[in-house]
Design a protein around this ligand. Structure first.
Ligand code: NAD
Length: 249
């Protein structure tokens, strides 16, 4: 992986692949189980503002189902290893670690990670179209419950749909500029702007490493690609980083 003694700041981008072994379907890739389809719809056709405008009930049901489902899942060895890395790296005073996730599940947090940027929103959050408030939400939205903040029946999933602006982009690009190491885990490299982070980090001087089940669309941008399951590759890599950290002082 190169000389770890020069590494201070690490940005880790995760995608659906990191949660696949917790039993949460990915959208793309060999193990999505549905060929990218949900009840005969392409996921892109459900996860858009246009789809919500055309058939809000269908979209709300889709997200109600996924919101209920993720609450039955548990973090896996990859989530736990990243939380350990975050705690030990930050504890060593060596540099900053930032986990940027495209995932809308909360498995990084339940695995113990403290600072996670959800660039595509969160299943366990609702957003009010009337007052613009955001709040923790664990139940269904299909019955149009009133917003606890303003009373309007205008809550939607707090999810960044295709064609909407991802969250926290300024913070993410600032971290990428400062990164010495950029690591991408379990993402297909098909969804921009996240798919462009590797190129940006590399152009700013970071080493780049990919951990994924299969080569992603942006593989050529990585200095190193390791192919395999996240629950094996991520704990191994974390061991390596922390061992190198001790060796490198
Ligand atoms: P994706 O579905 O497009 O790609 C998943 C990638 O993970 C594939 O390259 C696949 O080869 C890899 N993968 C599958 N199983 C793996 C494993 N066990 N170990 C390592 N890698 C594995 O997902 P994406 O790139 O994150 O982008 C799609 C969008 O889907 C994102 O915007 C995200 O918000 C959304 N999404 C989120 C979740 C979730 O929150 N868990 C689940 C599905 C989709």
């Amino acid at each position: 992986m190169g000389d770890m003694s020069k590494i201070r700041n690490i940005v880790i981008l995760t995608g659906a692949g990191v949660s696949a072994e917790s039993g949460i379907d990915t959208f793309r890739g060999a193990n999505d189980g549905r060929g990218g389809l949900w009840e005969e719809h392409r996921v892109e056709d459900v996860a858009t503002p246009e789809a919500y405008a055309a058939d809000p009930g269908l979209v709300l049901r889709f997200y109600d189902m996924r919101r209920a489902s993720i609450q039955t899942k548990q973090p896996n060895a990859a989530h736990l290893a990243l939380a350990r890395l975050e705690a030990e790296w930050a504890g060593s005073g060596r540099g900053a670690i930032l986990i940027v996730t495209q995932n809308v599940d909360d498995l990084h947090e339940r695995g113990g990670a403290k600072r996670v940027l959800h660039m595509h929103g969160e299943h366990l959050s609702a957003w009010c179209g009337a007052c613009d408030g955001r709040m923790e939400w664990t139940g269904p939205l299909i019955d149009r419950p009133p917003c606890p903040l303003c009373g309007a029946r205008a809550l939607r999933p707090d999810i960044v749909w295709f064609g909407e602006m991802p969250y926290r982009m300024e913070e993410i690009y600032a971290a990428l500029r400062e990164a010495d190491l950029f690591v991408s885990i379990g993402t297909s490299g098909a969804v921009y702007p996240a798919a462009g982070f590797v190129r940006h980090a590399r152009e700013m001087g970071a080493r780049t490493l990919e951990l994924n089940l299969e080569a992603s669309q942006g593989s050529a941008w990585f200095h190193e690609s390791r192919l395999g399951a996240a629950t094996e590759l991520v704990p191994e890599w974390v061991e390596e980083v922390l061992a190198g950290d001790e060796a490198g002082g």
